[in-house]
Design a protein around this ligand. Structure first.
Ligand SMILES: [Mn+2]
Length: 139
């Protein structure tokens, strides 16, 4: 299992490759607000653990394992953003809150969050009931 820090890297590398077709050490460092030397160190570890292949002059490619993991991590992040949005968390808090919790939930919990989102999506009235409670608690 990847550590929380490894998960952040795999997630960002996956997103960069999806968006730009490649992930450079400098882009990863910018995205995660870390020093490039930390990126190089982590990339070497991820290479050793078979999440990616890193060649100094050719760049970095996710392995099948890395792609599969990256895809799941991006899915988990998006699902948790959806959850916080549905339950009425302010937009400005959503990204940081998800970054704070995403590594600490089991995949069981993630699947149950998926059920809960489905519960709200199946019937808009359910969201309305929740909003009514929120209006009361904000009074
Ligand atoms: Mn994330």
């Amino acid at each position: 299992m990847p550590t929380p820090s490894m998960e952040d890297y795999i997630e960002q590398i996956y997103i960069l490759i999806e968006e730009k077709g490649y992930a450079r050490v400098s882009d990863i460092a910018d995205a995660l607000s870390v020093h490039p030397s930390s990126v190089t160190k982590m990339v070497q570890k991820l290479d050793k653990d078979d999440y990616l292949v890193y060649e100094k002059y050719r760049g970095l490619m996710l392995t099948a394992k890395g792609k599969k993991t990256g895809k799941r991590l991006v899915y988990r992040h998006e699902l948790l953003e959806q959850l916080l949005r549905i339950i009425g968390v302010k937009e400005e808090n959503i990204y940081a809150d998800v970054e704070g919790i995403e590594h600490h939930l089991s995949w069981d919990a993630i699947d149950r969050v998926g059920d809960l989102i489905q519960f709200f999506e199946e019937d808009e009235d359910r969201v309305e009931v929740l909003r009514a409670i929120q209006r009361q608690s904000n009074e």
